[in-house]
Write a protein that binds this ligand. Structure first.
Ligand code: ZN
Length: 201
């Protein structure tokens, strides 16, 4: 990915070679920052009510009209859980303190240059309201969910994993890599059952 303007100050970028034969790197002649095409960080929330997961139907491009698990890009100054809680609130109206979100999956999606961090939480009421970025929201069981209209079928394996974990009640923490070749995962820790989560901020 080539960028032409400084993300910090907007000036046109220049290129410099730092060593003989090295790939030229962009630098900003005005503020001296050196932007690079680092991966974006995506934070998502698997919110369960019983065996059902919270989905949202996207109002905005890309993939407007298609269904996805709530989530979005981490913003400057946010912790991972704060960003996930904000996206959840904005897209579905579900308000959870960041400390209620349990780390669930982490990995890279190399072909779209993203790092993703997924959290999970259990709620006792299936109440949600579409926000400005959603057309509809709903809690769906694995059988009910709109598999034919999902925005990102590349991550279906991870969603299937979440439904399996809900069915067994065993929540691992997954290191799950998504490449063009497919989805590979391994459990890196065993999570606590939702009943004993700390609920205080
Ligand atoms: Zn600059």
């Amino acid at each position: 990915v080539n960028i032409h303007f400084c993300p910090e100050c907007g000036a046109a970028l220049a290129r410099e070679s730092t060593a003989q034969g090295a790939r030229p790197r962009a630098f900003c002649p005005r503020c001296r920052s050196r932007p690079r095409a680092y991966p974006m960080i995506v934070v998502t929330c698997f919110i369960a009510c019983g065996q059902r997961l919270l989905w949202m139907r996207r109002a905005l491009p890309p993939k407007a009209g298609y269904w996805a698990i709530p989530g979005g890009f981490l913003e400057r100054g946010e912790s991972l859980a704060e960003g996930a809680a904000r996206e959840l609130r904005e897209e579905t109206g579900v308000v959870l303190p960041p400390a209620r979100l349990q780390l669930y999956m982490v990995g890279t999606i190399t072909f779209i240059n993203q790092v993703y961090v997924a959290f999970r939480a259990q709620v006792d009421r299936d109440v949600a309201l579409p926000g400005a970025e959603s057309l509809e929201v709903g809690f769906f069981s694995r059988e009910e969910c709109p598999w034919g209209q999902v925005a990102y079928p590349e991550v279906n394996d991870a969603i299937e994993q979440a439904y399996r974990d809900l069915a067994t009640g065993q929540f691992e923490v997954w290191h799950a890599e998504m490449t063009e070749r497919g989805y590979q995962r391994r459990a890196v820790a065993t999570g606590q059952p939702p009943g004993v989560l700390p609920t205080r901020l």
